[in-house]
Design a protein. Structure first.
Length: 187
């Protein structure tokens, strides 16, 4: 019986539960709509733009708060890379170049791909409206930010006069604990 070499070489990770999630995400090919729909105008040297976006996603799941942390959290964890179906991890500066190459069209493509993932895998999207009502919770949260941030406008924020900010609009399917829509709006 031929087993993949990944199973023959012992690997260890401090993120075992995330590795299990990675195996499931890889089996489902959850990110396929992103691979198919999102076109980032950048050449491929070692990793495709999709692979670099995947590394960013895995880094976020591993707790990275910035791209710079991908090197420490993901590149050094071979078992975690393998669990997500990656044989290697792109360097953080290369990932940042890919994200910087994204355009407004790329963002629209990503939104379309995420919508497709939600529609294919969510319980909220497949809710039986004939059986019972779908309960949606709409939440607008003010987020203070700097003058140069996208969609920043002057507005009221408790305890902070003349502050700039933006609104995070989120719709939740409360019965299923799913985020249906998550968008950023002006001030």
């Amino acid at each position: 019986m031929n087993e993949p070499t990944m199973n023959l070489i012992p690997h260890f990770t401090g993120c075992a539960s995330l590795a299990v999630l990675g195996v499931k995400i890889h089996q489902l090919d959850l990110l396929a709509p992103i691979r198919k729909l999102v076109q980032i105008p950048q050449k491929t040297v070692k990793d495709t733009p999709f692979e670099k976006v995947s590394d960013t996603f895995i880094g976020i799941l591993a707790g990275a708060t910035g791209i710079v942390e991908v090197n420490a959290r993901l590149r050094s964890d071979r078992a975690l890379q393998l669990a997500f179906g990656r044989s290697r991890c792109a360097e953080q500066s290369v990932i940042q170049e890919t994200l910087s190459a994204c355009t407004s069209d790329t963002v629209k493509q990503m939104e379309q791909a995420v919508d497709e993932i939600y529609q294919h895998h969510s319980q909220g999207y497949r809710h039986d409206y004939h059986q019972q009502y779908q309960i949606l919770d709409v939440d607008l949260t003010g987020l203070p930010c700097g003058k140069k941030a996208a969609l920043a406008t002057k507005g009221y924020f408790a305890g902070a006069r003349n502050r700039r900010g933006r609104q995070l609009g989120r719709v939740l399917a409360t019965r299923y604990g799913e985020v249906v829509v998550d968008r950023l709006f002006e001030g």
